[in-house]
Design a protein around this ligand. Structure first.
Ligand SMILES: [Zn+2]
Length: 371
């Protein structure tokens, strides 16, 4: 046994659980880069040790059961994987409520057994030894009682097929991007959904890493493009909030692209006030980053004008669009967007006095990077 086990305080499973919980709590405020350093200092540990404990607790690849699946029967907190030198792997709630840690292999075998008994069709042929890793497909939550076999299982109303349960988020994102580029959005959506099954985007908790926030954003974009803005909205909100928090700069191009997707999703869902607010923020960030007459700034102004018009604010919409066209003509005189904007303004004027009909339309795309 290395001498570091004699360090004070002792590295008990309860201590590790407390440190991991504190780090994840801190990460929601300062990000997962800074949090281990802060927590290490206050617990007299090295940042590398804290990072190792946290990444083990969150790791997907070697986890006996998927992270986020287990809850403690006593305190209802999430349980995490703890592995200390020479003492095997345990699950314990974080922070620990004082209960006894449960051997991880016991839980894995029990979960695998119920899955193979009840939903064997969700485990691909040849993967039965990894059955427990498919748990998030059919199971919502496993509440762990006193022992590893005293489990209360909450099944999902509708079982989901999990794709590549051992894939880490960065790989998953890469694979989904490839499927999307190959024009297979359904496969991309499946891959992303599988990786985000343990995330509740409405819970108020932030994404702890950029790969997860990016995965949520791509899922939102593809879901919006597939014509389901209501399903896309929670992911767009959660992904944008996570990226803004993790990248720390609202003018970062990726954060602006995420805000653009969020705005488009609100608009498609019919939340015109929220959409107008997002577009107004986006104009401010574009202006800060690229200047008031840059193409993204002017394009967003034109989109905001159309949204305002759809929302019944006809005069400010017409004024904003007329001003945008004038600026566009002056700064980018031969740009094709001018013709589209002018046509939209013309439709605003001709439909403003008539009965409510089709709103003027400026082609916009929800794909990050375009305009
Ligand atoms: Zn507990």
């Amino acid at each position: 046994m290395p001498t570091r086990t004699t360090a004070i305080p002792a590295w008990t499973p309860a201590f590790v659980a407390e440190v991991v919980a504190a780090t994840i709590e801190q990460a929601a405020v300062h990000g997962l880069h800074q949090a281990p350093r802060d927590v290490a200092r206050s617990h007299h540990l090295s940042p590398a040790t804290v990072e190792e404990w946290v990444s083990r607790a969150r790791a997907v690849q070697a986890a006996p059961v998927p992270p986020g699946l287990l809850a403690c029967h006593t305190c209802a907190r999430s349980m995490i994987l703890i592995q200390l030198p020479g003492s095997g792997r345990f699950y314990l709630c974080a922070p620990s409520c004082g209960r006894t840690p449960v051997p991880a292999e016991e839980i894995r075998d029990a979960v695998a057994a119920v899955i193979l008994h009840r939903t064997p069709h969700l485990v691909p042929p040849g993967k039965t030894t990894q059955a427990a890793s498919y748990a998030l497909g059919p199971i919502q939550r496993v509440t762990v009682g006193a022992t590893g076999t005293d489990l209360h299982i909450t099944w999902r109303a509708i079982s989901l097929q999990v794709t590549g349960p051992m894939m880490v988020m960065a790989q998953r994102l890469h694979l989904a991007q490839r499927h999307a580029a190959d024009n297979k959005p359904e496969r991309a959506i499946d891959v992303l959904h599988s990786g985000l099954l343990h995330v509740d985007p409405t819970s108020g908790r932030l994404a702890l890493d950029t790969a997860t926030a990016r995965a949520a954003m791509l899922l939102a974009t593809l879901t919006l493009t597939s014509g389901d803005p209501a399903a896309a909205l929670p992911w767009a909100q959660w992904g944008h909030r996570g990226l803004r928090h993790l990248l720390r700069d609202p003018t970062n191009p990726e954060v602006r692209a995420a805000l653009r997707v969020l705005a488009a999703t609100h608009r498609a869902a019919g939340n015109l006030t929220a959409a107008a607010d997002c577009y107004s923020d986006l104009i401010r960030h574009h202006t800060q980053a690229d200047g008031p007459y840059a193409l993204p700034t002017l394009a967003t102004q034109a989109t905001l004008a159309v949204v305002l018009y759809q929302h019944g604010h006809q005069e400010p919409a017409q004024q904003l669009l007329a001003r945008t066209i004038a600026d566009h003509r002056r700064v980018h005189p031969h740009h094709p967007a001018i013709a589209r904007m002018t046509a939209a303004l013309y439709r605003m004027h001709t439909t403003a006095t008539g009965p409510p009909g089709h709103p003027p339309h400026i082609a916009t795309s929800a794909t990050p990077g375009a305009s």
